[in-house]
Design a protein around this ligand. Structure first.
Ligand code: FEO
Length: 401
């Protein structure tokens, strides 16, 4: 049994089996599906867990409340990693009232055929559980249209007065919870970069809605943030909120991501020349990835950390090397702002990569172009080596100015 406050308990589960979250995102450290139980005059759950883990989930609930019924279930987010157990929880607690907003219930009917026993709330509505009051704040597109967060405020008679935010996906991150649940109980080192990878890949497109949500919560003194993935934030609340604020404004450090595809090593050699030139120009934060080896979620993570990006790839089958095409497509889908882009490419007998990268940028990415693109026929020459050096220097100078 994991206690958060006197009456609030963690009843979530860990998934260390899944290889790819949503079939897309690698999970080297697993992931947790977090649900919480408020044990008050009325018993209330917030969100559920992925349906494969229902048996454990039910055990966790019963560990807290025994045979008492659950009165309410707040659904902050309908994505099935959190709503997947709705139909089963209904079977075990047939009188449970499900709290959500109008859009929640439209989705609930579509996903699970549930259309009764519902309590519809609007932005600013409240429900009293006894010693705690739930206040509902609609936060559309963080990260689906129905998303909302729930503030749990204790009554004035309770001490200590601890306000808890059930935040849905917001402030969540990849990584299973290995024993401890609250940040102060655990070493959080693995979670910081996994939070950026989670945010950038899952929520990254929705910077403006995240900013709107942060404004709605500004001024609220929070003691705990209970997200649906990752640790419960308590000690690091300020750091976590600041990181979400930074990411949703697309603010980055003056670093450089260089990523490349390579078939025979010629494009990779060009990348090395560019990196060395950027380093010699004084740039310290440079990360490099081979797009065929590193999953694009890690590259996108670092694009949300660093302002500069240089991409390079060979031409393959008179088109852009496939893995680079995937990366650029994923980047374009994130609506990233305030970035710089340089690019280069190689070909054996028909040039296409460089013009295709330029087209991606002109039509979809809209990053600020830096330096002159470099096109390498077959292998580096003294002339193209000098062009690569110029590209690396130009990017470094632009980042350091
Ligand atoms: Fe963890 Fe948007 O679901």
């Amino acid at each position: 049994m994991q206690k958060i406050t006197e009456n609030i308990f963690y009843v979530g589960v860990n998934d260390r089996n899944k290889t790819l979250f949503e079939g897309l995102w690698p999970l080297p450290n697993g992931v947790s599906y977090n649900s919480y139980l408020i044990n008050d005059e009325k018993v209330c759950l917030t969100d559920t867990v992925e349906v494969d883990f229902f048996t454990q989930y039910l055990e966790h609930i019963r560990e807290v409340i025994g045979d008492r019924p659950v009165d309410y279930l707040v659904v902050n987010h309908m994505e099935p990693d959190h709503s997947g157990s709705l139909a089963l929880i209904r079977k075990y607690y047939p009188d449970i009232q499900i709290i959500g907003n109008k859009k929640t219930f439209q989705m609930m009917q579509g996903f699970y055929g549930i259309k009764d026993g519902l309590v519809e709330v609007a932005n600013g509505d409240s429900i009293k559980l006894g010693k705690h009051t739930l206040n509902f704040v609609l936060t559309p597109m963080v990260h689906w249209p129905e998303t909302m967060v729930t503030l749990c405020v204790p009554s004035a008679a309770m001490a200590p007065q601890q306000t808890v935010l059930f935040s849905g996906d917001a402030f969540g991150c990849f990584g299973a919870l290995n024993g401890g649940v609250i940040d102060e109980q655990i070493n959080c080192d693995i979670f910081w970069l996994e939070m950026v990878r989670y945010y950038s890949n899952i929520v990254g497109k929705y910077g403006t809605p995240v900013q709107n949500a942060l404004k709605k919560l500004a001024g609220v003194q929070l003691d705990y943030i209970c997200a649906t993935h990752g640790p419960v934030w308590h000690q690091y609340i300020d750091k976590v909120v600041a990181e979400y604020d930074r990411m949703s404004k697309y603010e980055t450090a003056s670093g450089l991501v260089i990523c490349y595809g390579t078939m025979y090593g010629n494009t990779e050699r060009a990348a090395e020349v560019i990196a060395r030139a950027a380093s010699e120009a004084g740039l310290k934060d440079i990360v490099m990835y081979n797009v065929s080896k590193t999953h694009h979620s890690y590259i996108i993570r670092d694009v949300f950390r660093y302002k500069g990006l240089i991409v390079g790839a060979p031409t393959y089958n008179t088109a852009l090397y496939h893995e680079m095409d995937v990366l650029l497509s994923e980047l374009a889908g994130k609506d990233i702002k305030n970035h710089l882009l340089g690019w280069f490419g190689s070909y054996g007998w028909a040039s296409k990569a460089v013009s295709e990268i330029a087209r991606w940028n002109q039509e979809k990415l809209h990053f600020e172009a830096v330096g002159e693109p470099v096109e390498i026929k077959q292998s580096l020459t003294p002339e193209t080596t000098a062009q690569c050096e110029a590209l690396g220097r130009a990017m470094a100078q632009r980042l350091l100015c």
